[in-house]
Every structure is written in C-alpha cells, then in structure tokens.
Design a protein around this ligand. Sequence first.
Ligand code: ADP
Ligand code: MG
Length: 363
Amino acid sequence: MANVRIERLHKEFRGAGGIVHALADLTLDIADGEFISLVGPSGCGKTTALRIIAGLETPTSGRILFDGRDITRLEPRDRNIAMVFQSYALYPHMTVRQNLEYGLRKRGAPRDERARKVAAIAAMLRIEPMLDRRPLQLSGGQRQRVALGRALIRDPEVFLLDEPLSNLDAKLRVHMRAELAALHQKVRTTMVYVTHDQLEAMTLSDRIVVMNHGVMQQVGRPEEIYSRPANRFVAEFIGTPSMNMIEGQVRTEAGRPLFTGPGITVVLPRDAPQALPSSGRATLGIRPEHVSLVAPDAPGAIPARVTVSELAGPERFHFVAVEGGSIIVRTPAATVLHPGETVALGFDPDRLHLFDGTGEDAP
Ligand code: ADP
Ligand code: MG
C-alpha cells in the first residue's frame, strides 16, 4: 500500500488541431488505503491522469510520488500498480485460472504460490466454479470479476480503475458497485477510480475529485461536494435530478442580501454577501429536495404551474413552470400533483447556493 502525491501535473497533446490541454496543474494527495474517484464529463482528463499515474503516459510537467518516492520516470512494470479498464482485456484463449496467474507466471512465481494465490482471489471474488472456463463462457459481470482478480493477485500498492463498470447493464452495475466497495473494505489498497458517473463516485468513494476541461474543480468527501459545491459546474454535475438554477440579480436591502429573479424574490442568509458579485448578476441554486409546496399566501411563496409529475420509486419529481423557467421539485411519492395545477413553492433558506454570474463564465 502507498500514498500517492500528484504534483502540479500538466499534460498537453499536440495534434493536427493544435494543442489540447488535457490536464492543467493537477495537485492531489491520496492517502494510503483511500478510495478516491476522479469524476467529470467525457474528455475532462480523467483517463490521462490515470495513465500518467500508471506510467503509460508521460506528463508535460509535474511529478508523481508513491510514499514520497518520485516515480515519474519509472516504467509501468516498476511501479507496483495494477490497472483495470472498461474493456476487461482478458486473454480469450486462456482459462480463468490461466488469466489470473499470468502475471505471477511471468514473474517466475513457483507453482504452489500461484495455486495458493489463485485460490484466495477466486474465493474472495466468488469465481471458483469458473476457473476452468474461458472468458467467452462467462457473463459480463463474471468477466469483470476476473479482470479485477487478475489485477488484485499481484498485490499492487496502488489500484487504478478506469470506468470498470461502464460495459455492464444497469442492474449489474449497481451490484458490482457494492462488490467493489466490499472488496476495498477487505483489501484496503489505495484505489484511484475513474468514472463519468457521479452516482458511482458518490457511493464508492472516500473522496471525490470533480474535473472539467483538465482542471480540478473541487475535491472533498461526497457529502461535502453535494452540500457545498465550490462552483456552478460542480453544483450541476453532482446530483440527479440536477440542481435548479435561477438567473437574476443580488442587491442589499435594509441590510439584508436579496436575490431577485423573474417572479422570484428570496432573502439570502446573512453570510451570503461575501459571495455577492460586483456586477450584481448571480445564479441562485437549490436542489429539488429543498423546494417545498407551501400555502399560496405564505411569505415569499413563488407561484408555479405543474407541467409533468414523474413517479420514481419512493419519490416523485414534479416539473413546474415559474415565470423565469422550469423548476424541479422532489417529494415523497404520496404527494400527487396534476399537470396544469397551480401550486406555490418555498425555498429552504438554509439550502440556497449563490453563484457568481449567470452561467457562461465557467472556469
Ligand atoms: P476522459 O477520460 O475524462 O474522457 P481523456 O483523459 O481521455 O478524458 O482526454 C482528455 C483530453 O485529451 C481530450 O480532449 C482528449 O481528446 C485528449 N486526448 C487524450 N488522449 C490523447 C492523445 N493520445 N492524443 C491527443 N489527444 C488526446
Ligand atoms: Mg476516459
């Protein structure tokens, strides 16, 4: 096991279309035994970061340290890492057992050590009955377990996973997510996990790194990222359905900061002024579960009309039209609203987020 330090990492790719800044100034300390996820939209630099940690890609500048040792120039095979990809990359002509012990064989490990390790890994991943089958005779989930097993058997210091579940169907993905979490509990190896799926990152990780355009937007525990997003990008990327965003103005009235948008006036918490933009233009964010249905004559009630109500298991998502656009309200399933119905909305004052500007000026 090892802690990993990523220090001022930059990566540029030069191609016919010019220079792509795949990573810009990424600095991150990953604790020994931590499960950390890099999450962000396609093309934000997740795979590039992982490949640099693995030694499959050379950074334009910056360093990688394992337990304080600079390994930036080491070959992948000298780094004591294991990597699992989205495509399982198993050898189709070999049995599961042969796939599992391939790395050990190449290292010249004796037969009894190989047998012992294969047995332990197969038991842990519950693939014992499949040891003499070939990958094509396995289901997608079983193949993914073999790929994990092949990486684990080498007892790596650092485990790197690049979207390992994205080829599985939705149900199996949820199941394998739980298995991965249990696996990490057991082996406690440092894991760096790459995914574009924020829910996967939220459920699996000790900490999450949110990236956009090669730039780290925020790093923190899942609940921190969810409840205190550092900027509008993070706020909108994390959470389903997405945070409601209302564009408008902020100003101070009688010593209290006020947000006004189309048909909406909201008194902001007193600590909001430090975030007040000089232009006065701002975006107010509120998660669907922090919008409630209130009496029409309640102070600050926002009039709205129901467009669509969706039942999603134990809860409902109501899409309602307000003067400036559309807002999603999340309620228990028992709250039934009908299209065309008029309602009044209240925003939980402790759960408001204020972002500078009105959108296009992302970092
Ligand atoms: P992600 O894994 O988050 O989807 P990547 O790390 O694969 O993103 O890519 C980041 C950026 O770098 C993208 O713009 C991508 O097109 C570019 N890129 C990645 N690899 C190469 C390469 N070998 N040559 C040129 N550009 C690349
Ligand atoms: Mg990728």
